[in-house]
Ligand binder design. Structure first.
Ligand code: CA
Ligand code: CA
Ligand code: CA
Ligand code: CA
Length: 127
């Protein structure tokens, strides 16, 4: 569970791990990640790769990924992902959701692009 207290707390809270392929690289699929405080929501979008809007609350957005569009299957090296050596997109919740306790994650694969499925290895909440 991730507690958002309100106010600014820019440390990352949630890691979305994509599938490693090829080695030490992900080809980031179009994906929407939302969090909710119950199984029925309400849902708050915390990351959307594919809407061509930079996700400034994420490690890749802060590196500039998305500033010239968000293509399906975007190659990203592990060096630019969580910890500099993983397949993880790190997400700060405080910047984009209201105060509350969030223990549910909803992942959606938007239609279009290459029409291959979103690849998810794991989702991890940081302490
Ligand atoms: Ca945070
Ligand atoms: Ca992929
Ligand atoms: Ca894809
Ligand atoms: Ca986006």
């Amino acid at each position: 569970m991730i507690v958002v207290a309100g106010g600014t707390e820019p440390a990352f809270d949630l890691i979305f791990y994509e599938h490693e392929n090829p080695a030490f690289t992900v080809n980031l699929d179009w994906v929407i990640v939302e969090v909710g405080s119950s199984a029925s929501g309400p849902w708050y979008q915390v990351f959307y790769w594919g809407d061509d809007i930079v996700d400034a609350n994420t490690n890749i957005g802060q590196l500039g990924y998305g500033s010239s569009g968000e293509p399906d299957n975007q190659p990203i090296p592990f060096a630019d992902l969580y910890g500099g050596n993983s397949s993880g997109v790190a997400i700060d919740l405080d910047a984009v959701v209201p105060a509350g306790s969030y223990q549910w994650v909803r992942i959606t694969a938007p239609l279009g692009g290459a029409n291959d499925a979103a690849e998810v290895d794991a989702v991890d909440a940081l302490p």
